[in-house]
Write a protein that binds this ligand. Structure first.
Ligand code: UDX
Length: 437
């Protein structure tokens, strides 16, 4: 099929590339000329494991191309994906100006039937707004479809190629048939394409992300309580998760969820509930608890040093909001840095991918190390904020040699308690017994 993807951000690039991989002809459109030129030259603008291989292969084989010319991109396209930013506006609600602006631009030049797909996470009712834009600006018949993405950063290619499900919110039969045909190669394993109306589809995305954020937050509160009652949250997690109704995934306690989706989507859903005079109490608590969870580790650190952090030097392992990404949006590490620096501490951080992004945001507020062990040199303690694989099995001898004191605050529960006892570390993790040196 011929596909156009408007917007080459994270979602647009993954969508365009993965759609080309199954044999579709995909043209991606962006207004930034320099970015388009770079992509034409095979330069991938984002970091996402495995995507660059597909990206270069499909460009080389002529199925994936880039342009700044909207008319050229949509002329032969049967399906047009809108993968544009929907940043929170001043009032916290999603700003739809990019999506509706692109819809208007398309409406003014469209010549024949198209399926217009909203791929970005958009508030319930957006598909109807897009339809309205087309009704006002063209006589050409189009169908507007909601098709939310459920891509996790770091495993987005796998999530796209083998989705648990594809959700398609479409009222028209013609659009449903085309979307069904497009996604058939991705659901060969038997996972469903679930057709529904547009509003239910838009709500599905918010409900899924808010539920997952709630699940994590619930476990974070259980972890906090485990610390008080002397239980081990890792045992509790396995005990609870073995119930198939609950499931083992997404039960890992930590220093709060971050990223570009969960915080934004939970807030957006709570706000749209408010718009309909519905008091969504759980979501409000989730946001509140998560905010506290991000800096709870700082309270532990302060407690350990009897509230005096001035002149203390901390090594920080991990800056990205999660492993396998350079994304630092709403990363708990940034909140931890902020609190520690405010308290007069000095930080040397190491992250395999996210240092450039952090430097851009906070500059020289902290020091950056080239490798994990250099970060430890002369530090009073190590703080772990992201569970990169590299940190899971470190050289503890080297850790001990570089640190000034054998003290670890672990926000991701990377190490066995017994191991830390044997090594003689002070080890403070989440929802587990504190190991005294
Ligand atoms: C998420 C959704 O998973 C995806 O379906 C949606 O389309 C976009 O948002 P992503 O933001 O890439 O994807 O991250 P995800 O892997 O879901 O993790 C989100 C946050 O939750 C991270 O900060 C992570 O550290 C945290 N998390 C996740 C936990 O604290 N515990 C867990 O058990 C799982």
């Amino acid at each position: 099929m011929n596909i156009a993807v408007i917007g080459t951000g994270y979602v647009g690039l993954v969508t365009g590339t993965c759609l080309a991989e199954t044999g579709n002809n995909v043209i991606c459109v962006d207004i930034v000329e320099e970015k388009v030129q770079k992509m034409k030259d095979g330069v991938m603008p984002i970091y996402e494991p495995g995507l660059d291989i597909l990206f270069n292969r499909n460009i080389a084989q002529g199925r994936l191309s880039f342009t700044t010319n909207l008319a050229e991109a949509i002329e032969n396209a049967q399906i047009i994906f809108l993968a544009l930013p929907t940043p929170p506006g001043g009032d916290g609600r999603a700003d739809l100006s990019y999506v509706l602006g692109a819809a208007k631009d398309i409406a003014e030049i469209v010549k024949d039937y198209k399926v217009i797909v909203t791929k970005s996470t958009v508030p319930v009712g957006t598909a109807d707004k897009v339809k309205e834009v087309f009704r006002e600006n063209t006589l050409v018949e189009v169908d507007v479809v909601s098709n939310p993405e459920f891509l996790r950063e770091g495993v987005a290619v796998e999530d796209f190629m083998k989705p648990d499900r594809v959700v398609v919110g479409a009222s028209g039969e013609r659009a449903r048939a085309l979307m069904g045909e497009l996604y058939a190669p991705y659901v060969r394993s038997g996972n469903p394409i679930i057709f529904m109306d547009e509003r239910s589809s838009e709500m599905t995305k918010y409900a899924a992300n808010s539920f997952l954020a709630t699940k994590i937050t619930f476990m974070n509160e259980i972890a906090n309580l485990c610390e008080l009652v002397g239980a081990d949250v890792d045992m509790v997690r396995i005990g609870v998760g073995s119930d198939a109704r609950i499931g083992k995934r997404f039960l890992f306690p930590g220093i709060g969820y971050g990223g570009s989706c969960f915080p934004k989507d939970v807030q957006a859903l709570a706000l749209s509930a408010e718009e309909y005079q519905y008091d969504f109490k759980i979501l409000k608590s989730v946001m509140d608890v998560n905010q506290n969870q991000k800096i709870k580790i700082v309270e532990k650190i302060k407690q350990y040093y009897k509230s005096d952090l001035s002149g203390k030097h901390f090594a920080l392992w991990g800056l990205a909001f999660k492993p396998e990404t350079d994304d630092i949006r709403e990363a708990p590490a940034l909140y931890i840095i902020d609190e520690l620096v405010k308290a007069g501490a000095k930080i040397t951080a190491y992250d395999p991918e996210a240092v450039d992004n952090v430097r851009r945001v906070i500059g020289d507020k902290i020091n950056y190390a080239e490798d994990p062990y250099t970060a430890l040199q002369g530090a009073d303690a190590l703080i772990i904020a992201t569970e990169w694989q590299l940190f899971r099995n470190p050289d503890f001898k080297k850790m001990e040699d570089n640190l000034k004191a054998k003290v670890v605050f672990d926000g991701r529960n990377l190490y066995e308690l017994q191991k830390m006892i044997d090594l003689g570390f002070y080890y403070n993790s989440i929802g587990r017994k504190v190991i005294e040196a």
